[in-house]
Design a protein around this ligand. Structure first.
Ligand code: NAD
Length: 495
């Protein structure tokens, strides 16, 4: 197998990243450049420009110009581009996983899974001729027929977070273009290299110029896209405050918006759970990807006597974690994405201590031999967490477990439903009755029963409730097709 570093060195040569507009790589007009760093080593891999409203306008114009021709391209012909894209991405799995690990920090196996989930969306969207079919009914009245057809709307944009560099953009891009729209992506400025490489591959597809565009940058690009008169709709994934801002701004400017926000996911363990299997799964939910998944377990509620064995088993599982550079074999947890993210998580831990929680496993001083420049945080565990503490209500987005007690399932569900977030929640039990009560009553968009990371696959919609999703259409699956299409009703009478 090719050594991961070799893939990454190829990208480094690029140094200052360009935008991809109208089928060509072009320099951003922005003068501010940010360093893209390897979170395990601190090495600067490239620089990303903060593009301007002018760059956004150029990308939207290119997408707008490509729309009439692309819309008129038969769905089956559009699907063929996705078949080709799928093959290209599949052939570059290892390379793209290595780039993802280099800029994000997650382990190579986590990067492979991240990219794999992205590719599954391309596969699903390649079935677009079937997914786009409408409905019809003869004789809705005498001699009158009615049909509902799906049509594309124009230019769509997506703004994505740092935590799944290949996957989250692929929640949107394949469906947007399969349905006949054209598209502008703004990847996270913290991890722009993975999409840079994916767009290099896209460039070889010979798609009509302007169908797919990429603009690097930060909030100016986001605001430019959310207000641009020629953008029909925008998808956002990131923290709740920005999700709400994009939802509001986009709606005020007449756009369709789906804005997926942050999370505070509860895991409820009942006394009858299968102990061994439950704990391995719970620990993976909390510490996988260093706690930087929107589906990561954050609060573990031990019901009744389960509390004691959950805390003991979680400590044991956390101690087995091997912290280090995610590109190295044997490492099970990488660094957090940036020094700023580390500082934010440290301040949340400080807050937990101030508010009276007990830090029974302290990952703050963790170091990794040979990697002094990494953003290291070991696994931490807080006990005696109460519902009003900041660590119980706010997203930590790092490798920190918060343990709470509940006397019974009703109390545990009530604790979880107090949260302003509603992304995911899981229950561990061997009782079908308890599992049913849980999924019936819990206020979360994605529910796991003996599953700690309840991630819907491409053919199901992905998204939460409450402050975890602004808008009513989730990402991918049938919701993705709905988001990207107008359902037009045609009523016909022939004299
Ligand atoms: P973030 O909100 O900081 O950034 C997300 C995107 O918004 C980036 O592209 C960034 O450039 C842009 N942005 C940041 N600040 C902005 C501002 N003030 N105005 C306009 N745009 C701005 O999020 P992040 O740190 O990259 O990602 C982590 C967050 O994403 C967590 O809250 C996590 O729960 C959430 N997330 C949610 C889901 C989900 O499905 N609900 C999935 C993945 C991540």
């Amino acid at each position: 197998m090719t050594e991961p570093g070799a893939f990454v060195r190829r990208v480094i040569v690029t140094r200052v990243l360009e935008n991809y507009i109208g089928g060509a790589w072009v320099r951003s007009s922005g003068s501010t450049l940010l360093d893209v760093k390897n979170p395990a080593t601190g090495e600067v891999l490239a620089q990303v420009p903060l593009s301007t409203a002018g760059d956004v306008d150029a990308a939207v114009k290119a997408a707008r110009a490509a729309f009439p021709g692309w819309r008129a391209t038969p769905a089956v012909a559009r699907a063929r581009y996705l078949f080709k894209l799928r093959e290209l991405l599949d052939a570059h799995r290892e390379e793209i996983a290595a780039i993802c690990t280099s800029e994000h920090g997650k382990t190579l196996s986590e990067s492979r899974n991240d990219f794999g989930r992205g590719i599954e969306n391309v596969e699903h969207a390649a079935g677009i001729p079937s997914l786009l079919m409408g409905q019809s009914l003869e004789d809705v009245a005498h001699g009158i027929d009615c049909q509902a057809i799906r049509q594309p709307l124009g230019v769509f944009a997506a703004v994505t977070p740092f935590n799944f560099p290949p996957m989250v953009p692929l929640w949107f891009l394949p469906y947007a273009i399969a349905t006949g729209n054209t598209f502008v992506l703004k990847p996270s400025e913290q991890v722009p290299l993975t999409q840079r490489r994916i767009f290099e591959l896209i460039h070889t597809l010979d798609l009509p110029a302007g169908v797919l565009n990429l603009v690097n940058g930060g909030k100016d690009v986001v605001n430019g896209l959310s207000t641009h008169p020629d953008v029909a709709g925008i998808s956002f994934v990131g923290s709740s405050s920005v999700a709400h801002h994009v939802y509001k701004t986009g709606a005020e400017h007449g756009k369709r918006v789906q804005a997926l926000g942050g999370a505070k996911n509860f895991i409820i363990v009942l006394p009858d759970a299968d102990r061994e299997r439950a704990i391995a799964n719970v620990a993976e939910s909390i510490y996988g990807c260093s706690g930087q998944r929107c589906l990561a377990g954050s609060i573990v509620v031990g019901v009744g006597e389960a509390y004691e064995w959950v805390r003991e088993a979680l400590h044991a599982a956390a101690k087995n974690i091997v912290l280090g550079d995610g590109s190295k074999p044997g490492v099970t947890m990488g660094p957090v994405v940036s020094a700023a993210a580390k500082d934010r998580i440290l301040s949340m831990i400080e807050k937990g201590l101030q508010e009276g929680a007990k830090l029974t496993l302290d990952g703050r001083g963790a170091t990794v031999e040979g990697c002094p420049g990494g953003n290291w945080l070991g696994p931490s565990i807080f006990e005696e967490v109460t519902p009003d503490m900041t660590i119980a209500t706010e997203e930590i987005f790092g490798p920190v477990a918060c343990l709470m007690r509940a006397a019974n399932l009703d109390e545990a569900i009530a604790l979880a439903n107090r949260s302003r977030y509603g992304n995911a929640a899981s229950v561990y039990t061997t009782s079908g009755k308890a599992a049913r009560q849980f999924h019936n009553q819990i206020e979360a968009g994605m529910v796991g029963v003996n599953i700690g990371v309840a991630a819907p696959m491409a053919f199901f919609p992905f998204g939460g409730q409450k402050a975890s999703l602004y808008g009513d259409l989730k990402a991918h699956g049938s919701a993705g097709v709905d988001f990207y299409t107008e359902r037009k009703i045609v009523i016909t009478r022939w004299f």
